[in-house]
Structure formats: structure tokens, C-alpha cells
Design a protein around this ligand. Structure first.
Ligand SMILES: O[C@H]1[C@H](O)[C@@H](O)[C@H](O)[C@@H](O)[C@H]1O
Length: 619
């Protein structure tokens, strides 16, 4: 009998027996438990055989029974635990998202130069990379719960330091502390949720964590929008607000349990059984408990317990392959350019005709909102389509959207308006801006912007002028240096883009990008990583793959401006499209379907050669 058919039969039988009013099975505990469990299993097996035919024929009944079974099996407690853990995802999203708005105010109030701005952004991501890697050891030694408590403690402390900071050095320290929290949370939360969730809900519950990440990013952009009107100290609220969810998570986790799988691994079996039955409601837990326990024993025999986990992972082919798949997914997530697209979204939207510069900050919120809403679509799709199809579909759409986005920039560059006026700098400073004859060159120079008028839809009276050091919304001198005056005079200022009739193509590309990326490539790397490693390798596997995610995040964001300078914007987006295409080949060949499988069964999907793993379990 196929696995699916036997599952169906089991669902049907268990639910039917519930429907017929059979008394809830009592939880067996301790040594008496195993005898009772064996009895129960044989009862189920006998039921399975005798009812096989009727179950197989009654499709409707089967579906109803499956639904009933799943409702019975999933107590609200699992959802509560998942939501409290996913607050870690929210903080990850909030703290990485809020900084752009905070910087706009900070750079004026504390006179931050470009290096300090860069430091405040990258220090967090860099610290996250390091602590995600270190989080693996902590997770293995101390368990998931202490790590989540540690992360929320770090978030709380970091946001307190940031809100109270008096100078840029303290700000930097606060950003590093927050980054340490993000790294630990990003690798622990998906693992913890995957370990407490029942198999049929695991994908959905872990994907909720990414929904919280994008929700955090969206919330951060709204907070940025609101507090941007508060020129003095607005940044303190922006950076300090994350203490609220952090404290809630910390308090919640004082009462929430450890992962039962980790407890079994550490030999704390009584506690593990108690927590597992809490998580599974009225369902008998013996089967799951035995399978976790047997699996741990088998793994220890097979792989041996000596030597550092990473070495054992690399020398044991199934975990080596899983590690390559997990890290590859995280790498391709970042290489397809999500964070540059998000960061650059306000400009892309402005480029497409939104001319009110005050709106820029709200436009970023709109992008974050699309990312959030379409991650919700992913939560809905993950248990329907499965991880593999969802990731493949999402990455294909992402690659196409990147090509459209790049074509938008390419078309804009090709019809780039000519520069017709060359006013002289009143302060007689030498600026590179005056040397450009076309808008395209001017746009790629981060120090310059285009000041122009429109005659119908064509650009006239254009000049390339240095950008104001405090605000990219206006020029340093000349016709476009005073926002209120130049708008009255029907002048326009374009920083980072050239006004052309093809700008809408980039907007279309941006929207399509988010629509496709958010349901699959956003959440799946986290979801798949939480389930592909056997228990002994899970902390280390997730630490490595999260570390890879953060390292590529820093690399892509730090190199974007240089890549754009050397390859132009369209070149940069074509490059990301190329990475996405490579990612597609990799995922097609190597990513097996893990939907509905018990965590203990997944290891077997990596038994064959890496490039054939994609075929394993792909239903
Ligand atoms: O999965 C998340 C999510 O999609 C975010 O929007 C992105 O900023 C992160 O880098 C990524 O890891």
C-alpha cells in the first residue's frame, strides 16, 4: 500500500472511531506506556486491514474524516507556541527594516557621514551572521527555549540601548546587540516550530514565521512613516519600539515548553512525553514518541557520536547533501536580490511617475505590504502545493520579473534624455556631475541628480547637478535646490533615475517580483531548512544555512551600488536574473518534496546522488 493510501486509512479509522464516540485514548506514561502503545498500534493495524476497502472507496467520507482527524489532532496550544516563537521573526523583520527610516533622521541629528550610516546598517546584519553560526552550538547544548529567551533578551536590551543612545558609538553597540538577537532567532525559531508542529501543519506553521518577518518589515516601514514627521528624537521611538514584542516574547517563553525532540535527545523522556501530549491534544503520542526515540538511537549507531557535528555532517552523505541543499536555497534567496529590490523600491516607484517626494517613505511601506500579503499566500499554498513546486514556481516568476525589471532600466537608459544646460557651480567646486552629456551617466553617479522641466512628456532644460548632502530630494545648488520653489516653477528633480516613457516597465517588474518571490523564495528556504536535517544535525545545519543567508545578504547589499556603477542598473538586475536561473536548475535537481513527511522520515530523501534528490518523494 502506498504511504499516502495508508495515511488516509489511518486518518479515516482514527476519526471514525472518534466520531463513533470511542473514549479518548488515555495517555500511557513511563514503562507501562510502551506495552499500552504496542497494544494500541496493533489495534490500529487490525482496524486498518478490516476497513481498508470501505475507506478506499468512500472518498467523501475519507475527506471528512481526515478533516475531523486534523482538527482533533491539533490543539490550540501548538498555534499559541508557534505565534509566540514567530515574534522572533517579527523582530527580525522589524529591526532590519526600521533602520532606513531611522537613518534619515539620525544622519541630520547626529551628523552621520556615509561610513557611519553604512556601519549602522551592516553591523546588525554582520552580527546576525556570526550569532546565527554560534546559535548552532547553543541550540545543541542548551535547547531551543533558552535560545529563544536569549534572543528576546538581546532584542530588549538592544532596543533599550538604541532608544537611550546619546552618541553614534552607543548606537553602534545597540545595533550589534540587536543583530546578535536576530541571528539567534533566525536559526532557532524555524527549528523549534518544526519540532513541535504535527507533520500535516509543519510547513504552514514554519512559514508563519516568515510571514511575521515580512509583517515586521511592513510594520517598521509604517512606524518609519509616522515618526518621520517627528524631526527631533523620532528615531528613538523607531528603534526603541521593538522592545514591546521582545518583552512579550520573553515573558511568554518563561511559561512555554522546550522542544520535545531536543528533550528526548538529551534523555529527558518523561518531560518530553508530557510536552508532546500537550502538543498533540487527545491523540496518542506513543507512535511519534517511539519513532523519534528509535530514530535518535539509529542515528547514533549509524553516524557515531564522536567528533564535531559539522565534520560528521560532512562525512555522512545524506546530511552532506541536505546541508548543500539548505545552504544553496538560502544563498539563492539572497542572490535573487530581494533586499536590493526592496531597498530600491521607492526609487523604482518614483521613476514610474510618482513625483511627490514626501511619499517616498510611504512607497517603501507599500512595497513591504505587498511582500507581506504575498507571503500570506505562501502560508496558504505550502501544504497544498508542497515545498518543491512552490519554490520552483516562485523562482521562475522571480527570474521573469527580474528580466522585466532590468528591461525597464535598459529601455530607460537607451532613451536617456540628453543634458542640455550646464550651469556653473556658484561655489566653484569641481564636481563630476558636469561631465555627463546624458542622464544615464548622471543617474549612475551617486553624487548627482537631474534637474529638468517637462514639455508634454519630453524632458527639456535638463542639467546634471550635485545632490544635496542632507537630502537626496533636492540639488545642492541652483534651480532644484529648494523643494517648494522648484515645484512651483514646474521643475523636477530625479535622483537615481531618468525620466522616460518606459519607466512603468520597471514598476511592473517590481510588483511581479514581489508577487512571485514572497510566497515561495521568501519563506521556503527557512521552512525547508527546518525540516531536512536529522535531529543530531538540525541545530548545526540551520546555523550554517542561516549564516549563509546573512553573509549573502551583506554581500549583495554592500556590492549593489558598485555592481550598478560597473554594470549599470539593468546590468545588476540581469545579473540577479542569471543567479535566479542558476537557482532554478539547482532546485529542480536537488530539492526533494518534504510535505507531510515526519521529520524522522526526511533523511531518506537524501540517500541518492545530490543531483537526483529532486526526484525523491516529489509527488
Ligand atoms: O525570507 C526573508 C524575507 O523574504 C524578507 O523579506 C527578506 O528581507 C529576508 O532577507 C528573507 O530572508
Amino acid at each position: 500500500m502506498s504511504r499516502k493510501a495508508s495515511d488516509n486509512v489511518e486518518y479515516t479509522l482514527r476519526s471514525l472511531s472518534n466520531l463513533m464516540g470511542e473514549k479518548r485514548r488515555r495517555q500511557a506514561d513511563g514503562s507501562a506506556g510502551s506495552g499500552a502503545a504496542a497494544g494500541e498500534r496493533s489495534l490500529i493495524a487490525a482496524e486498518s486491514c478490516s476497513s481498508l476497502n470501505s475507506a478506499a472507496s468512500g472518498g467523501e467520507l475519507e475527506r471528512a474524516a481526515r478533516r475531523q482527524f486534523q482538527q482533533d489532532e491539533t490543539p490550540g496550544f501548538v498555534y499559541v507556541v508557534s505565534v509566540f516563537s514567530a515574534l522572533g521573526g517579527f523582530l527580525f523583520g522589524y529591526d532590519t527594516g526600521v533602520v532606513s527610516g531611522a537613518l534619515l533622521l539620525l544622519k541630520k541629528e547626529l551628523n552621520l557621514d556615509a561610513l557611519w550610516q553604512e556601519l549602522l546598517v551592516s553591523s546588525t546584519v554582520g552580527a546576525a551572521a556570526l550569532s546565527a553560526l554560534a546559535g548552532g552550538v547553543l541550540n545543541g547544548l542548551c535547547g531551543r527555549r533558552p535560545c529563544i529567551l536569549l534572543a528576546s533578551g538581546l532584542f530588549t536590551a538592544g532596543s533599550g540601548v538604541l532608544a537611550a543612545a546619546r552618541d553614534k558609538e552607543t548606537l553602534l553597540a545597540g545595533r550589534v546587540v540587536v543583530g546578535l538577537g536576530i541571528g539567534v532567532a533566525s536559526m532557532t525559531v524555524p527549528v523549534y516550530i518544526a519540532e513541535v508542529a504535527p507533520p500535516h501543519l509543519r510547513g504552514r506553521l514554519v512559514t508563519i514565521n516568515t510571514l511575521f518577518i515580512t509583517g515586521g518589515q511592513f510594520f517598521a516601514s509604517v512606524v518609519d512613516g509616522i515618526f518621520s514627521y517627528l524631526a527631533k528624537d523620532g528615531w528613538r521611538y523607531m528603534l526603541g519600539l521593538s522592545a514591546v514584542p521582545a518583552v512579550i516574547q520573553f515573558l511568554g517563553f518563561l511559561f512555554l515548553p522546550e522542544s520535545p525532540r531536543w528533550l528526548i535527545q538529551k534523555g529527558q523522556t518523561q518531560r518530553a512525553r508530557r510536552i508532546l501530549s500537550q502538543m498533540r491534544g487527545n491523540q496518542a503520542i506513543d507512535e511519534e514518541y517511539d519513532s523519534i526515540k528509535n530514530n535518535i538511537e539509529e542515528e547514533e549507531k549509524e553516524v557515531g557520536a564522536a567528533g564535531p557535528v559539522i565534520c560528521r555532517m560532512l562525512t555522512y552523505p545524506p546530511t552532506r547533501r541536505a546541508l548543500i541543499v539548505g545552504c544553496g536555497l538560502q544563498m539563492f534567496q539572497q542572490l535573487s536580490g530581494i533586499n536590493t529590490v526592496m531597498y530600491y523600491s521607492a526609487t523604482i516607484l518614483q521613476m514610474s511617475g510618482v513625483e511627490d517626494d514626501r511619499l517616498a517613505i510611504w512607497l517603501a511601506a507599500l512595497t513591504a505590504f505587498i511582500n507581506f500579503i504575498f507571503t500570506l499566500v505562501g502560508v496558504w499554498l505550502v501544504e497544498r502545493m508542497g515545498r518543491r513546486k512552490l519554490t520552483l514556481g516562485s523562482l521562475t516568476g522571480t527570474a521573469v520579473a527580474l528580466i522585466i525589471l532590468a528591461s525597464g532600466f535598459l529601455l530607460s537608459a537607451q532613451v536617456s534624455p540628453r543634458i542640455t544646460l550646464n550651469p556653473t557651480d556658484p561655489s566653484h567646486q569641481n564636481s563630476t556631475c558636469t561631465k555627463y552629456s546624458y542622464c544615464n551617466g548622471c543617474m549612475l553617479d551617486p553624487d548627482c541628480g537631474l534637474c529638468y522641466k517637462l514639455n508634454k512628456s519630453s524632458v527639456v532644460e535638463s542639467s546634471c547637478i550635485p545632490v544635496d548632502k542632507d537630502s537626496t530630494m533636492k540639488a545642492a545648488w541652483g534651480r532644484c535646490s529648494n523643494e517648494t520653489v522648484f515645484k512651483k516653477e514646474d521643475l523636477f528633480w530625479a535622483y537615481n533615475f531618468c525620466p522616460t516613457p518606459y519607466s512603468w516597465t520597471a514598476l511592473l517588474g517590481l510588483i511581479l517580483y514581489l508577487v512571485f518571490f514572497a510566497p515561495g523564495m521568501g519563506p521556503m528556504p527557512w521552512t525547508v531548512n527546518s525540516e531536512i536535517y536529522p535531529l543530531w544535525a538540525r541545530s548545526t545545519g540551520n546555523a550554517c544555512s542561516s549564516g549563509v543567508n546573512w553573509v549573502f545578504n551583506v554581500l549583495v547589499s554592500l556590492t549593489f551600488l558598485h555592481t550598478a556603477e560597473y554594470l549599470t542598473y539593468y546590468g545588476a538586475f540581469f545579473l540577479y536574473a542569471g543567479f535566479a536561473a542558476l537557482g532554478l536548475v539547482f532546485i529542480y535537481g536537488c530539492l526533494p518534496e518534504t510535505k507531510g513527511k515526519k521529520l524522522e522520515e526526511i533523511e531518506s530523501l537524501f540517500e541518492n546522488r545530490l543531483c537526483t534528490c529532486g526526484r525523491a518523494g516529489a509527488f
